[in-house]
Design a protein. Structure first.
Length: 509
C-alpha cells in the first residue's frame, strides 16, 4: 500500500496554515539514516535493547515564544546535556558542575537570586556578617508574624496583635529607665522608721503604679505612632510586617486601644503616684505622637525631639520618689526644680545622650529605606554630621557619670567603674565618625550602645550612695563605725539643746 507524502494531505489552498508548514517540514526532514542499513543482529543487540525510543517532540516545541529566556537557552543548546544520547548500562555517570539547573533561569528564580545578592552586598558594605548583623525587624513585626499563625478570633492572636501595637521592646526600655531612676533616689534618713530599713526603694505600691502607668503611656504613644504612618511603614523592611500595615487590626481598634491605654496610664500615675508624674506621662504621649512622629517627614531635628521623649521617663521615676519624701505641697517646683533634683536631671541627660549614638548607628544601616519612605534622617541627608553627632554625645557620658557622683546619687567608685564602658562606646563612635558607617563601624557602635546603657545603670544601682551601709544594717542589725560617730554627735547636740541657758534661768526666777 502506497502512502501519500505529507504534502498531499492538505489542499494547496491551505499552504499558509501551520499544519501544512509542519507537514512540509516533516517531509523534508526524512533522509536515509544509518539505522536502515543495519542487520537484524545489530538491531537487536543487547546494548541497544535498553535504549529509549527517540522523542518525537522536542522540548523547545513548548517554548515557541522566543522572548522567554528559557526558550532562548533551549534553542541555543544550553540544555543539550538533558537531551543527549543515552548512556549504556556499564558507563559511569558523569556530572558537570557547570551544568545549570532547568529552573534556575526562570523569572522568579532570577528575582530571588538578585535579592539575595543585593542583601549580601548591602551587608558587606555595612560590615555586617550574617551572624552578627543589625536586627532585621522590630519586635512588633515578630509578634505580628507569630499572631498570624493562630485563628482569627483566638485570644493569643488578639493579645499578640495589641502587644505589637505597644512596641514591647521600646516600652520595656522606658519602664526600666523610670524604675532605675526611682531606685536611685537617695532615701532621707527620717523615712527609715516608716519603712523599717533604709532600703533603696521607697514604696512597692508607688513603684507598681509607676510601672503600670509608664508602660500604658508608652503603649498609647507607640500605637498612635503606627496609626499615623502605616504607608511609610510599608516601605521599610523593619516595619512592613506591623499589624496595621498587614491589615490584621483595623484602625478603629487601634484608636480605641491608644485612647484607653493613655487614659488608664495617666490615671494610674495621677492617683497612684502624684500629679507631676502624671503630667510628665501625658506630655510624653503628646511629644512622641504629636510632634516627633509628624516631624520625621519635615526636618532631621526630629531625632532631638525623640531624645527628649526618651529623657522624660527618668524624670518620672525621680519625681515619683521625690513625692514620697516631699515635706511641702509636693508640686512641680519642689520635686524637679530644687537642688535635690539635680540627680534626676542628670539621669534624664544620660538617657537623652544615649539615644544619639544608638539611633545614628541604627539609622545608617537602613538609610536608603528611610530615604524611600520620606523620613528626614541625618544618616542619608548628611552622613558626616551623623557621625559627628554620635561622637559628640558619646563624650557626654564622662561628665554625666562624674556628676552623679558629685551630687551624691552614687559613690565615687562609680566614676571609675563606668570609665571602661564609656571608653568603649567612645572608641566605637570615633570609628563610626571616621569611616562614616562603613567597614563595620556602624555595627560596632550599635552593639556598643546596646550594652552600654544596661551596664551603666546596673553599675549605678550597685554603687548607689549608702547602699552597702544599708545592706550591712539589714544583715547584722548594727550600723557601721562611721554611723556610730554620727549618732554620738546627734546625741551631744540634743543634750546641749535641752540644757537651759543661764540668762533664761535668771528671767524665770
Amino acid at each position: 500500500m502506497n502512502i501519500r507524502p505529507p504534502r498531499t494531505l492538505l489542499r494547496p489552498g491551505a499552504a499558509d496554515s501551520v499544519c501544512w508548514q509542519c507537514s512540509l517540514q516533516l517531509s523534508r526532514s526524512r533522509v536515509p539514516t544509518a539505522a536502515s542499513s543495519r542487520t537484524f543482529a545489530q538491531s537487536f543487540a543487547p546494548q541497544n535493547a535498553i535504549a529509549p525510543r527517540p522523542r518525537r517532540l522536542r522540548l523547545g516545541y513548548f517554548f515557541a515564544n522566543s522572548a522567554l529566556p528559557l526558550a532562548k537557552n533551549i534553542r541555543s543548546g544550553r540544555y543539550a546535556a538533558s537531551t543527549a544520547a543515552p548512556r549504556s548500562h556499564d558507563e559511569a555517570p558523569t556530572s558537570s558542575p557547570t551544568t545549570p539547573h532547568p529552573n534556575q533561569d526562570l523569572p522568579h528564580r532570577r528575582r530571588q537570586a538578585a535579592k539575595r545578592k543585593a542583601a549580601l552586598a548591602a551587608a558587606e558594605a555595612a560590615g555586617n556578617t550574617p551572624g552578627n548583623s543589625l536586627p532585621a525587624e522590630d519586635a512588633s513585626s515578630a509578634l505580628t508574624t507569630s499572631a498570624a499563625n493562630h485563628s482569627a478570633k483566638s485570644f493569643r492572636r488578639q493579645f499578640a496583635l495589641y502587644l505589637s501595637l505597644s512596641k514591647p521592646r521600646l516600652s520595656m526600655l522606658v519602664v526600666l529607665t523610670s524604675m532605675s531612676s526611682y531606685a536611685l533616689y537617695p532615701v532621707p534618713d527620717f523615712l527609715s522608721p516608716t519603712i523599717g530599713v533604709d532600703a533603696p526603694s521607697l514604696s512597692p505600691l508607688t513603684l507598681a503604679f509607676l510601672t503600670t502607668g509608664t508602660a500604658l503611656c508608652s503603649a498609647s504613644a507607640n500605637a498612635l505612632n503606627m496609626l499615623y504612618e502605616p504607608d511609610t511603614d510599608a516601605k521599610m523592611s523593619r516595619t512592613r510586617n506591623r499589624p496595621l500595615v498587614r491589615g490584621l487590626l483595623t484602625q478603629r481598634k487601634a484608636v480605641v486601644f491608644a485612647i484607653l491605654a493613655a487614659a488608664t496610664g495617666v490615671g494610674a500615675l495621677y492617683f497612684g503616684v502624684n500629679p507631676t508624674v502624671a503630667a510628665l506621662g501625658a506630655t510624653n504621649v503628646v511629644l512622641y505622637a504629636g510632634v516627633y512622629t509628624p516631624m520625621k517627614r519635615l526636618h532631621w531635628l526630629n531625632t532631638w525631639v525623640g531624645a527628649i521623649v526618651g529623657g522624660i521617663p527618668p524624670l518620672m521615676g525621680w519625681a515619683a520618689a521625690a513625692g514620697e519624701a516631699a515635706t511641702d505641697t509636693g508640686g512641680f517646683e519642689e520635686l524637679l526644680l530644687t537642688r535635690d533634683a539635680i540627680g534626676g536631671w542628670l539621669l534624664a541627660g544620660l538617657l537623652f545622650a544615649w539615644q544619639f549614638p544608638h539611633f545614628m548607628a541604627l539609622s545608617w544601616s537602613i538609610r536608603e529605606e528611610y530615604k524611600i519612605a520620606g523620613h528626614k534622617m541625618l544618616a542619608w541627608i548628611n552622613p558626616a554630621r551623623n557621625g559627628r553627632v554620635a561622637l559628640r554625645y558619646s563624650l557626654a557620658f564622662f561628665p554625666i557619670c562624674f556628676g552623679l557622683c558629685a551630687v551624691g546619687v552614687t559613690e565615687w567608685s562609680f566614676a571609675v567603674t563606668s570609665l571602661p564602658i564609656n571608653v568603649w562606646l567612645t572608641r566605637e563612635a570615633v570609628r563610626f565618625w571616621k569611616h562614616e558607617g562603613y567597614q563595620g563601624s556602624a555595627r560596632g557602635l550599635f552593639w556598643a550602645s546596646v550594652w552600654h546603657l544596661p551596664v551603666v545603670m546596673v553599675f549605678a544601682l550597685v554603687q548607689k550612695k549608702g547602699m552597702w551601709s544599708r545592706v550591712w544594717r539589714a544583715v547584722f542589725g548594727e550600723p557601721l563605725v562611721e554611723d556610730d560617730e554620727d549618732e554620738d554627735e546627734w546625741e551631744d547636740e540634743e543634750i546641749t539643746e535641752t540644757i537651759p541657758k543661764p540668762k533664761e534661768l535668771r528671767i524665770g526666777s
